[in-house]
Design a protein around this ligand. Sequence first.
Ligand code: NAD
Length: 251
Amino acid sequence: MNTPKESYLVIGGCGFLGRHIVERLVARGEPAIAVFDLVQRHHDKNIQFFTGDLCEIEDLNKAIRQSKATTIFHTASPMHGTNNPKLCWRVNVDGTKTVIQAAQLNGVKYLVYTSSAGVTFTGGNCIDVDERVPLVDETNAYDTYNLTKAEGEKLILAANDTESGKGRLRTVAIRPSGIFGPGDRQNFEGLAQVIKRGQTKWQIGDNTNLWDWTYVGNVVKAHLLAADKIRAEAHDPSLSDPSRREELCDY
Ligand code: NAD
C-alpha cells in the first residue's frame, strides 16, 4: 500500500506491548518514531524519547509537537490487578480524555487505543463475543480496571471523526485478551510464581475452561493494521468496503 510515511508516537512505548510496537515500526523502516512514557527503559539512537504523564496535557503537547506525530498508539494503562481504582480512573479515563484532547489540539490524524477483552467481561463465560456485545458499566463490570478500560474505549470511539474529511482525528480500539511473549511483565511472572510456590496441584473447575491468549507479535500486527486501515480509508473511503480488506494486509 503506497500511503505517505507517518510520524509515530507510542504512548507507553517502554511497556511490554508498546516496546514491541516500537520494534516492529523500526523493522518496517518507519523513519519517525517517538516514545512517551513515565520512565525510560530503552535507549535507541534514532528514537526520540519523552518522559511524561499522559494525564498532563502539557507533557503530551510537547511530545506531539516535537515529534510531529501524525499517528499515536496509546498503549499505556495501570496493570490489570493493580489494586488502585483511583489510578485506573485517572489514567484510563481522565488520561485517555487528555490524550484525545492533545491529539485534536495538535492535528494528530490517527489514534489507535489498546483496549482490553475485559471491556465486555461480567464474570461469566464469554462465547463468540464481538463488537455487538455491550460494554460493561458500573453495575456489571468485573472490576475497576475493566470498567475504566471500557470507559476509555467509549471516549476513543466517540472521538472518531470520519465525517469532516481529511485532516481530522480518526480513532480505533483493539481489544486483546491475555498477551504473552518476550518482555511480558505480568502474566507469565504470575504463573512462574505459582510454580515456584508449588501451587500447581490446585485446580479450579474440571479442566475444560478456555482462556484467550494472543502472542504479542500478533497484537502488534493488529495495531499496525488498524493504523494502516484508518489511514488508508482517510485517503480512499471505498477501502471501508470489507471486500477490499485483503489490500490492507501487505506488509
Ligand atoms: P505495561 O505495564 O508493560 O506497559 C504500560 C506502559 O505504560 C508502561 O511502560 C508504563 O510506564 C506506561 N504508563 C503507565 N501509566 C502511564 C502514564 N500515566 N503516563 C505515561 N505512561 C504511562 O503493560 P502492557 O502489558 O504492555 O499493556 C499495554 C496495554 O495493553 C494496556 O493498555 C493494557 O490495558 C492492555 N492489555 C494488556 C494485556 C496483557 O495481557 N498484558 C491484555 C489486554 C489488554
